[in-house]
Ligand binder design. Structure first.
Ligand code: GDP
Length: 477
């Protein structure tokens, strides 16, 4: 807690009544002399067009992410996500890699699905895989601020075509800036036509290497295993270019991949360790939950004592189930972890009553006024391709020096959950032209506070966006 409402009013040069009424509109009830916390001050100042900077005390400084010096960094294995259209073979590929690359001595017989696994290639190099195929999981994590994928494998069935979800997967990887490798699958089938797939990719401006482009591709069969070693080699090649490193000798940091309550064992979380080494006895914090690492298991169910960077482990000992995408961090003292857990719980409680975290058309004017608005990300869904393209072209032309308009995704069809997740991950608004969201997408949009605007006349859509980025939109009440 820092200063009172009264002090803040004089700092901002407004009346204390104005502060109080802003607070009320945000669902906070404060009195004149009530001291406000950092979160509240930031939000209130923002309402008046100010940006707040807090100077940190030494104690707070220690919370900030450690920066490793280059000599502490060691190479780490790549973390891979497999995406693509339904039935193109994502699960089969994940299963084939898992069963063929886990050394038999390692496996306790039963392989468990814990959300992630790691393998050793024939020449002894490690690769970690996220075991939830599909871009929904990928984007849901990204929406929570997690970035764990180094390389995306886009699976495309050679007896089919580039399908809507293939396009979405490519789009999601591109927006996230994650390099892609195309796995052209099912080449064992007599009607497989890999060249047709490469041609379709070329038509999307994605030229594969053998055709002079920059994208690696590999013909594979998730059924016979053909080409899979070569695919893994290409993943390693991509990883080499990325020069992936981490410092294994520090407190561990990772991302929660999944978490559940197990009747016998308590809360079980699968964590992808990204830096440092996670050890038995470490004090860890994820989301609002903390505790000591009681036990750890690899994906074969084998007990392990430590987990290095790019290693997925099941961890026992947290006081609750964090959410997928939460960051897990190790602290030196239990007190530290507990205090952060408590303050997070409080912030979460308060935040649920406060401002919008994502962009809306009405919000643009306010952000423009503060000078913090540079890009408007838009997703367009429409009933026919012609209108989607027309709308997209016209909106792109609205870009100007101060604000650029980006169409991060466009397509024909209903507004889906995946569109909302992408919007959430990229802070975008969704424009529906003659289409509506599905029930689940609508629910998710409410939850994530994503604005969906509906139009049936292209001209109306263009005018509203134009007004908004010129700061001229009349707020709707
Ligand atoms: P997902 O929906 O992308 O996870 O696809 P699946 O892995 O479930 O595969 C869909 C169907 O395609 C299943 O019946 C698989 O057995 C089959 N399949 C996947 N990969 C191959 C392949 O390389 N060759 C053949 N012939 N069938 C495959």
């Amino acid at each position: 807690e820092f200063i009172s409402a009264n002090d803040l009013a004089s700092l901002l040069d407004v009346s204390v009544n104005e502060i109080i009424s802003v607070c009320m509109s945000l669902g906070m009830f404060v009195s004149i002399n009530q001291r406000l916390d950092a979160e509240a001050i930031t939000i209130i100042a923002d309402e008046f067009g100010y940006e707040v900077e807090f100077t940190k005390t030494d104690e707070e400084e220690s919370e900030v992410e450690e920066v490793d010096s280059p000599e502490d960094l060691e190479p780490r294995a790549p973390i891979v996500t497999i995406m693509g259209h339904v039935d193109h073979g994502k699960t089969s590929l994940l299963d084939y890699i898992r069963s063929s690359k886990v050394t038999s001595g390692e496996a306790g017989g039963i392989t468990q699905h814990i959300g992630a696994y790691d393998v050793k290639t024939d020449n002894g190099e490690k690769i970690a895989f996220l075991d939830t195929p599909g871009h929904e999981a990928f984007t849901a994590m990204r929406a929570r601020g997690a970035k764990i994928t180094d390389v995306a494998i886009i699976v495309i069935a050679a007896d089919d075509s580039i399908m809507p979800q293939t396009k979405e997967a490519i789009n999601h990887a591109q927006v996230a800036g994650v390099p892609m490798i195309f796995a052209i699958n099912k080449v064992d089938k007599p009607n497989a036509n890999p060249n047709k797939i490469k041609e379709e990719l070329a038509n999307m401006n994605l030229l594969v290497e053998e055709w002079g482009g920059k994208y690696q591709s590999q013909e594979i069969s998730a059924k016979t295993g053909q080409g899979i070693d070569e695919l893994l080699e290409k993943v390693l090649l991509e990883a080499e270019i990325l020069e992936l490193t981490a410092n294994p000798n520090r407190n561990a940091v990772g991302t929660v991949v999944e978490a559940s309550l197990d009747k016998g064992r308590g809360y079980v979380s699968t964590v992808m360790v990204q830096a440092g080494t996670l050890k038995i006895g470490d004090i860890m914090l994820a989301g609002q939950h903390y505790g000591r690492v009681k036990a750890m298991f690899d994906h074969t169910g084998k007990k392990v004592k430590e987990a290095e960077p790019s290693t997925p482990v099941q961890v026992l000992g947290l006081s609750g189930a964090p959410q997928a995408g939460d960051i897990l961090k190790v602290y030196d003292t239990e007190r530290e972890a507990r205090e952060i857990a408590n303050s997070r719980e409080q912030i979460n409680r308060e935040q649920s009553m406060r401002t919008k975290k994502h962009i809306t058309l009405d919000e643009i004017g306010r952000r423009l006024a503060i000078g913090s608005f540079k890009e408007l990300n838009i997703i367009i869904k429409g009933d026919v391709d012609g209108s989607v393209e027309a709308l997209s072209d016209s909106l792109l032309k609205l870009s100007k020096d101060e604000v650029s308009v980006n169409i991060i995704h466009k397509g024909v069809g209903q507004i889906s959950e995946s569109d909302v997740l992408l919007a959430s991950a990229s802070d975008a608004i969704i424009l529906g032209f003659q289409v509506r969201p599905s029930t689940s997408a609508k629910k998710l949009a409410e939850q994530e506070e994503i604005e969906i605007r509906h139009y049936s006349i292209i001209y109306d859509a263009i005018n509203q966006i134009k007004d908004a980025i010129e700061g001229m939109l009349e707020p709707e009440f």
